[in-house]
Design a binder for this molecule. Structure first.
Ligand SMILES: *Cc1c(COP(=O)(O)O)cnc(C)c1O
Length: 437
C-alpha cells in the first residue's frame, strides 16, 4: 500500500492534472517532473516570493541552476520553510552569489590531479572516477558546483573507456570510487557495463559508489538496479544524508534493498550551518543511519567552494559535535570528521585531543567524561626492526619482497627501512641558500 502525505498528493495533483498517483514511485517520472524554475516551485509549494526576492533568486539561478525532485520537494515544511533543512539544501539562496576571496571554483584541485578526463588520482591506491555529470537534485552545498547544470551529460563510452584504460595501466589502483554527478542516474545497463569492465581488471579489489539517490530519489533503487549491482561484488556504497528529516519511509526502503543485496552502506554528511550544525541533530542522524544499517563514515567540514560561505561553520563546531559522540554513543555510529584540504591535500581527520601528556613509560589520557587516567607502557617491548624482508621476520606474513610502493609522507619518517629524516617544503629559502645546493 502506498501511503501519500497530503503534501505529496497536492504536488501530484498540480503536476499531473489527471491526479495519477501511481507514477510518484517511478524515478523517471520524478526526474521528468523535477522542479527547475522559481515559478513551478511557487506553484507546487504554495510559497510566494516578492518581486524583489524573485529578482535575486533569478540572479542566483543564472549562476547556479535549480533542480529538485518532486519527492524531495514534498519533504519541505512549507509553513516554516526559512528554517527548513530540506528547503535550505535544495532551494536557491541569493547568498550563493557572495563569493569570498578564500573560495574557489575547484577548491580541492580535482581537475589538476586528473591524469585523464573524469579521473582524479590523489591517493596511492585508489582513484575517483566521475562517470556521470547528472544529479537527481542540485544540492546547494555541492562542492562541485562549478560543474553543475552547465553540461548535464553522460560521458560517452570513449571517455569512460579512457578512464578504464588508466585504471588498467595503474596496477596500484585497488579501489575505484565511482562518483559524479550521481552514478545511479546512469541507465542500469550502462552502469552494468562500467562495473563489468572494472571487474575484469584483476588489481581492482573494490568498487565504491557515491550516491545521493536514497536521499533525493529513493525510487531509483529498483529491483533491477539491485540485481545488477549484486553481480559485481564487492561493491560498497556511500550515501549522503545530512538531516534526520531525510530518513523517510521511502529512503529506509531503498537502504533496506541495498543492504539486503549484501552491499555495505556508509554515509558521508556535510556539516552545514543552519542545517545540521547541532550535536543533537547529528546524534539523531547517526542513530537513524545505524538503525537502517548505514555506517556513518565521514562528517565533512564544508569545502571552500564558491558561494558556500553561508553554509560554513568554524571547525570547532565539528570538533564539539564529535566530542558529543565519542564515548557517548556506539563507536560505529561516530563518523570521522574530516577537512578536505584546499589545494588538493586530501582528507585530513580532526578530532578532540585525548592525549594529555606523555613520559617515557606512561601516557596520560582522558575519557569522554573528563576522567584523566594513565596507561603504563610495557617495559620490555621489543620492536621488530622492519627492513621489509619478511623472510627474516617472525611475524607470519611472508609477503614477497618489493610488493609495496615506497613509503609516503610521515610514514617514511617513521619507517626503519627509509632514511628520510625530514620533509622539507620545496620552496624553503634556507635550503636553497645552503652550500651543498
Ligand atoms: C575522498 C576521495 C577518495 C577516497 O578517500 P577515502 O578516504 O578512501 O574514502 C579518493 N580520491 C579522492 C580524490 C577523494 O576526494
Amino acid at each position: 500500500m502506498m501511503v501519500m502525505s497530503t503534501q505529496q498528493q497536492s504536488i501530484i495533483s498540480k503536476i499531473e492534472t489527471d491526479g495519477e498517483t501511481s507514477k510518484w514511485r517511478d524515478w523517471k517520472w520524478q526526474l521528468k517532473h523535477s522542479i527547475r524554475n522559481i515559478e513551478d516551485f511557487q506553484h507546487l509549494t504554495g510559497i510566494k516570493f516578492s518581486p524583489e526576492e524573485i529578482e535575486n533568486l533569478e540572479a542566483t539561478q543564472s549562476k547556479f541552476p535549480l533542480s529538485i525532485t518532486p519527492y524531495y520537494l514534498s519533504l519541505i515544511d512549507v509553513d516554516n520553510y526559512q528554517n527548513d533543512p530540506i528547503f535550505k539544501q535544495s532551494f536557491l539562496n541569493p547568498l550563493e552569489l557572495e563569493i569570498s576571496k578564500d573560495e574557489h571554483s575547484d577548491p580541492l584541485s580535482e581537475d589538476k590531479d586528473s591524469p585523464v578526463p573524469g579521473i582524479t588520482h590523489r591517493y596511492p591506491d585508489r582513484v575517483l572516477f566521475m562517470v556521470s555529470n547528472v544529479c537527481a537534485m542540485y544540492c546547494r552545498h555541492c562542492t562541485r558546483k562549478r560543474k553543475v547544470g552547465d553540461k548535464d551529460f553522460i560521458p560517452q563510452k570513449d571517455q569512460i573507456q579512457q578512464g578504464i584504460e588508466y585504471i588498467k595501466n595503474n596496477p596500484q589502483v585497488r579501489d575505484v570510487l565511482l562518483s559524479g554527478g550521481d552514478p545511479f542516474l546512469l541507465p542500469t545497463d550502462y552502469l552494468d557495463y562500467i562495473l563489468t569492465e572494472l571487474r575484469q581488471i584483476e588489481h581492482v579489489e573494490v568498487v565504491r559508489i557515491g550516491t545521493r539517490i536514497p536521499v533525493v530519489l529513493p525510487y531509483r533503487v529498483t529491483d533491477e538496479l539491485v540485481d545488477m549491482l549484486k553481480k559485481h561484488h564487492p561493491i560498497w556504497i556511500n550515501t549522503h544524508f545530512n538531516h534526520p528529516r531525510e530518513m523517510t519511509q521511502s529512503a529506509r526502503q531503498s537502504l533496506r534493498k541495498l543492504a539486503d543485496a549484501g552491499i555495505p552502506l556508509g554515509n558521508q554528511s556535510v556539516l552545514l550551518a543552519g542545517v545540521n550544525d547541532c550535536q543533537r541533530i547529528i546524534k539523531k542522524l547517526v542513530h537513524d543511519l545505524v538503525k537502517n544499517r548505514v555506517r556513518p563514515y565521514y562528517l565533512y567540514q564544508c569545502d571552500l567552494s564558491e558561494g558556500l560561505s553561508h553554509f560554513r561553520t568554524p571547525i570547532g563546531k565539528g570538533i564539539e559535535i564529535i566530542e558529543s559522540l565519542i564515548g557517548h554513543t556506539s563507536g560505529f555510529a561516530v563518523p570521522t570528521y574530516v577537512i578536505d584540504a584546499p589545494g588538493g591535500g586530501g582528507k585530513i581527520p580532526v578530532m578532540p585531543n585525548y592525549i594529555i601528556s606523555w613520559s617515557t613509560n606512561k601516557v596520560i589520557i582522558r575519557n569522554y567524561e573528563g576522567i584523566i587516567t594513565s596507561y603504563k607502557e610495557p617495559d620490555d617491548y621489543k620492536a621488530t626492526f622492519c627492513d621489509r624482508n619478511c623472510e627474516t621476520c617472525d611475524l607470519e606474513l611472508k609477503l614477497a619482497p618489493g610488493t609495496e610502493e615506497k613509503s609516503v609522507g610521515i610514514e617514511s619518517l617513521l619507517a626503519d627501512h627509509n632514511n628520510t629524516i625530514s620533509l622539507i617544503p620545496s620552496e624553503n629559502e634556507r635550503f636553497k641558500r645552503r652550500n651543498d645546493g
